[in-house]
Design a protein around this ligand. Structure first.
Ligand code: FPP
Ligand code: MG
Length: 298
C-alpha cells in the first residue's frame, strides 16, 4: 500500500506541471513513512486514507527540507541533503512547493481532518522555533524539552492518527493520544540514537545534537546526575566539535549515569501509554508500529 502513497505523492507534484519540481522531488531521500503507515493501519486503504497519507508525507518531507537548511545539515538518510547538493534557496523553494501542494489537497478532505493537520503544521513550526531558540544556550529544563518535542515531532503524528480515525468514524481522541505518545517516544529514540549509533548507521553525523546546542533527554538525565565538577566539563563541551577523547568522555558518562537507559525507559513508558489508550479498540497492528519505532537502530 505504501507504493500507492509514493505514486500519489509523485502525482500530486507532477500535477503542478513543473518538470524541475518533479526532478528535484525524485532526489528527496525517502523516509520510513511512519505517518503514512499509521494512517493506513487506522483508516484502511480507502481513496481518502491514501490521499491523507500522501499529503501528510509531503508536508513532513517539506518540513525536513526546511529543517536541513535551518540545521545546516549536509546529509539526510545517508544521502546528500537537498540544501547541500542544490543550495539553501532550492531546498526552501522545494519545501514550499511540497508543503503548499499538500495543503491545497488537504482542503479537499473533510473539514475536521484539514483543521487537525493544518493546526499540527502550525505547532510543528512553533516547535522548530523552540528547538532553535533552546539550542542557543545549555537547556537543563526537561519540561521545555518535552514541550518542544511534542510540537516539533509528536504533533503531526498525533494529527495523523486523529485524522485517520476521523475518516473512518473511530474515536479520534484515543487515537490522538496514541499518536501523541508514539510521537514523543519516536523523538526520544531519535535523540538516543544520535549518541549510541555510528554515522554510517544513522546516515547523518553521530553525536551531532550536542554540537548543534541540542540538550536532548539523555543529556538532561546525565547533567542531573553528574558531580558539579563533571557538570562543568560537560558545559565546556557544549556546541563544540568534539575530539575522540571528548566523545569517549560523553559516552562513558552516559553509561555511568545510566542516562541512555533512563531515556529508553521513558520512550518505552510512552509506548505503553500509547497502547493503553487504544486497548479497547480493534487490533489493526498498532502495537507493531510502537515496537518498530522503539526497538530500532536508525
Ligand atoms: C527535525 O528535527 C525537524 C522536524 C521534525 C520539524 C521541522 C519543522 C519545520 C522546519 C517547520 C514546518 C515547515 C514546513 C514547511 C511544514 P531534528 O533536526 O531534531 O531531526 P533530524 O536530526 O532528523 O534533522
Ligand atoms: Mg535537523
Amino acid at each position: 500500500m505504501l507504493e500507492k502513497v509514493e505514486s500519489l505523492m509523485l502525482a500530486q507534484v507532477a500535477s503542478l506541471e513543473s518538470a524541475r519540481s518533479v526532478e528535484l522531488f525524485h532526489k528527496v531521500p525517502k523516509g520510513k513513512r511512519l505517518r503514512a503507515k499509521l494512517i493506513l493501519k487506522i483508516a484502511g486503504a480507502s481513496a481518502d486514507a491514501l490521499k491523507l497519507a500522501s499529503i501528510v508525507e509531503l508536508i513532513h518531507a517539506a518540513s525536513l527540507l526546511h529543517d536541513d537548511v535551518i540545521d545546516d545539515a549536509n546529509t539526510r538518510r545517508g544521502q546528500s541533503s537537498i540544501n547541500a547538493e542544490f543550495g539553501d534557496k532550492t531546498a526552501i523553494m522545494l519545501g514550499d512547493i511540497l508543503y503548499s501542494k499538500g495543503f491545497s489537497e488537504l482542503t479537499l478532505l473533510p473539514k475536521e481532518v484539514a483543521y487537525s493537520v493544518s493546526n499540527a503544521v502550525a505547532l510543528l513550526s512553533v516547535g522548530e522555533l523552540l528547538d532553535v531558540e533552546l539550542s542557543a544556550t545549555f537547556n537543563d529544563n526537561k519540561e521545555s524539552y518535552f514541550d518542544m518535542i511534542y510540537k516539533k515531532t509528536a504533533s503531526l503524528i498525533e494529527a495523523s492518527a486523529k485524522s485517520a480515525a476521523l475518516l473512518v468514524g473511530k474515536n479520534s481522541d484515543i487515537y490522538a493520544l496514541y499518536g501523541k505518545n508514539l510521537g514523543l517516544a519516536f523523538q526520544i529514540i531519535d535523540d538516543v540514537l544520535d549518541i549510541t549509533q555510528s554515522s554510517e548507521i544513522l546516515g547523518k553525523p553521530s553525536l551531532n545534537d550536542f554540537k548543534e546546542g541540542k540538550t536532548t533527554l539523555p543529556y538532561l538525565y546525565m547533567y542531573e546526575k553528574l558531580s558539579l565538577h563533571d557538570q562543568q566539563i560537560l558545559l565546556s563541551l557544549f556546541q563544540k566539535t568534539l575530539n575522540e577523547n571528548e566523545e569517549a568522555w560523553i559516552k562513558e558518562k552516559m553509561n555511568e549515569t545510566n542516562a541512555i537507559n533512563l531515556s529508553i525507559n521513558d520512550a518505552r513508558r510512552l509506548g505503553f501509554e500509547a497502547l493503553e489508550a487504544i486497548k479497547d479498540e480493534e487490533d489493526v497492528g498498532l502495537a507493531s508500529i510502537i515496537k518498530e519505532m522503539i526497538e530500532r537502530n536508525f
